[in-house]
Design a protein around this ligand. Structure first.
Ligand code: NAP
Length: 546
């Protein structure tokens, strides 16, 4: 089928893809190349996914630019030039627009359209999908590319509607510049978004009050422009880079240390951590091989960063408030530009809202149990309902009308096979779904692997005249158990974070990311495909293949 068909007001397609970010754009490119009629739907009025919405001051990616891009096209890689080591949001958005233009993707993207529901019709073996514009689409394949951290968490704090000033969430930032000059600004949240925004807002605002619940470890990014030589070298090295990232643990060329932290003496470790701190970025987390597995090892790096906070922050009381005590790296490791230094500025103050919680937002500002802070602007850097939030926002109904949210018990019993499929939801694929490496890897690389696997799978189904593919419940149970067992060998499950859903009131706790490494995961998925899609039931209307 070459293009969408309208039948009785229903658009008929081979595949519907949700989201025009890294996932959706590449999925569209691949499926169109495979000869399917496919359309991408996105609520935004442009491409970009999370990078369309995350326009807050200082927004930048913490993966290195030359790896934070597609690797499927050498020509694309060589045509695009990154400016700095860590790409800023406008550059990433420009890159994704460049990709959309280069491959002429826009004609098959429907912007300003949200998918409200998707229901599997067991008689027709097709998905019936509805948009917020009341369009109905019938599609054989339903593919989500909704991102892992795209549903904003705006905490339910009493009184927000009464606030007379302006308020923003970092993940839904307006297109026009927000002017902080001369303003009293309050920011709630000190995760990756807050840590990036705080130094930039502090430069402009009359006063910035940071409302911190949990202090964070952060390491200098040491961002800088790339030299011409580095760019030339990266482009010349494309094939080797692609080979390395696709076989790697985390989707980059970063090397993981070859020994446990305690094998070195204190002095040796200080030197190793010191060098990593000076180099900047995430190197400090990978300089030993057990920092995320052993409490004792983790304490060595955590203590090193704590000592750096006390070196940088001049006021000892502020330094104490900024000092974290959870296992470093078990909440998403943060890299920054001048984060701790910002607290030495006279126009910045830090409020510990764990000690004196926020009681309400008033017409004038924020009131904690300690007093009221008068503000002109409030910035919520309060994160996302991660992993399942965007999936649960839609009514996705599988076999017998059971919704994904019901099956997964609102997150308490999330079950997938390979993090891409779920039993009871035939012909549905989730790009970077729960229980895949997703956010623990370099996203564009983990996305490419999913998109390629899904495309190969659909091609296989078409070649073998298979109408329906569905994960087997026992294969799914085994995969979920394996993911859980692997996660329990790490410290990730011992700390409350958005990874575990602890940031969302009422959400069930559960760590839903595959921690076995991107490379081994990639191999496992390839093996399953090679064995004729082991763990899946394949059915044609004429015959059952497995
Ligand atoms: P986040 O890591 O979940 O941080 C949210 C912050 O808001 C935390 O400090 C949290 O405190 C605080 N918070 C939430 N609800 C609160 C409440 N009711 N009262 C007071 N404080 C509250 O969210 P994020 O910073 O947006 O980052 C989310 C993820 O997006 C990152 O981990 C990363 O994966 C990705 N991201 C990446 C980049 C990058 O590439 N550099 C940039 C931005 C985001 P608690 O810790 O106490 O819950």
């Amino acid at each position: 089928m070459d293009s969408a068909k309208m039948e009785n007001q229903t658009t008929t397609l081979d595949a519907v893809v949700i989201g025009a970010g890294f996932s959706g754009l590449y999925m569209l490119y691949r499926l169109r190349e495979a000869g399917l009629s496919v359309r991408v739907y996105d609520a935004a009025d442009g491409v970009g996914g999370v990078w369309y919405w995350n326009r807050y001051p200082g927004a930048r990616c913490d993966s290195e630019s030359i790896y934070y891009n597609y690797t499927f096209s050498e020509e694309l890689y060589k045509e695009w030039t990154w400016k700095s080591k860590y790409p800023e949001q406008p550059d990433i958005l420009r890159y994704l627009n460049f990709v959309a233009d280069k491959f002429d993707l826009r004609p098959d993207i429907q912007f300003k359209t949200r998918i409200k529901s998707a229901e599997f019709d067991e008689t027709a073996n097709r998905w019936q999908i509805r948009t917020d514009g009341d369009e109905t689409i019938s599609a054989k394949y339903f593919i989500t590319g909704v991102g892992c951290i795209s549903t904003a968490n705006i905490p339910n704090i009493k009184g927000l509607n009464s606030f007379k000033g302006k308020w923003y969430h970092t993940g839904h930032w307006p297109h026009e510049k927000v002017d902080f000059s001369g303003k009293r600004v309050g920011i709630i949240g000190t995760g990756s978004s807050g840590v990036q925004a705080i130094p930039v807002i502090a430069n402009e605002a009359a006063h910035l009050t940071v409302f911190q619940r949990t202090p964070q470890y952060s390491v200098p990014a040491r961002n800088r422009p790339y030299t011409e030589e580095e760019i030339l070298q990266a482009k010349a090295n494309f094939s080797e880079m692609k080979r390395q990232v696709r076989a790697s643990f985390g989707g980059t060329t970063a090397k993981i240390g070859d020994r446990p932290a305690l094998e070195d003496s204190f002095e040796e470790r200080q030197k190793v951590f010191g060098d990593a701190w000076d180099a900047g970025g995430h190197a400090i987390l990978t300089c030993y091989n057990d920092l995320l597995a052993s409490e004792e090892a983790n304490e060595t790096v955590s203590e090193f960063i704590r000592s750096k906070i006390h070196e940088i922050v001049e006021d000892p009381e502020t330094a104490n408030k900024l000092t974290p005590y959870y296992y470093y790296g078990t909440k998403r490791a943060i890299i920054d530009t001048d984060y701790y230094e910002t607290f030495n500025r006279s126009n910045v103050s830090l409020v510990d809202v764990k000690k004196a919680p926020i009681e309400e937002i008033t017409s004038k500002g924020i009131r904690t149990t300690d007093g009221e802070y008068e503000l002109d602007v409030i910035v919520f850097a309060t994160g996302y309902d991660g992993m399942t939030g965007s999936l649960f926002k839609m009514d996705i109904l599988g076999r017998d009308g059971v919704s994904l949210k019901e099956k997964w018990e609102n997150g308490a019993a999330t079950r997938t096979y390979l993090g891409m499929t779920s039993a009871g939801f035939p012909n549905m694929f989730m790009i970077t779904g729960p229980e895949s490496p997703s956010v623990l890897g370099n996203m564009p690389i983990t996305i490419e692997q999913h998109v390629e696997w899904i495309t190969d799978c659909i091609n296989y189904l078409r070649e073998h005249e298979v109408d329906v593919i569905e994960a087997k419940p026992d294969a799914e149970a085994e995969w979920s158990k394996h993911c859980g067992e692997l996660a329990d060998t790490t410290l990730y499950t011992k700390v409350e974070s958005w990874y575990t859903g602890a940031n969302i009131e009422g959400k069930a706790l559960g760590f839903q990311i595959y921690v076995g490494g991107y490379g081994p995961y990639h191999q496992k998925c390839a093996e399953i495909a090679k064995n004729g899609y082991e763990g899946f039931t394949l059915k044609s209307t004429q015959k059952s293949l497995l």
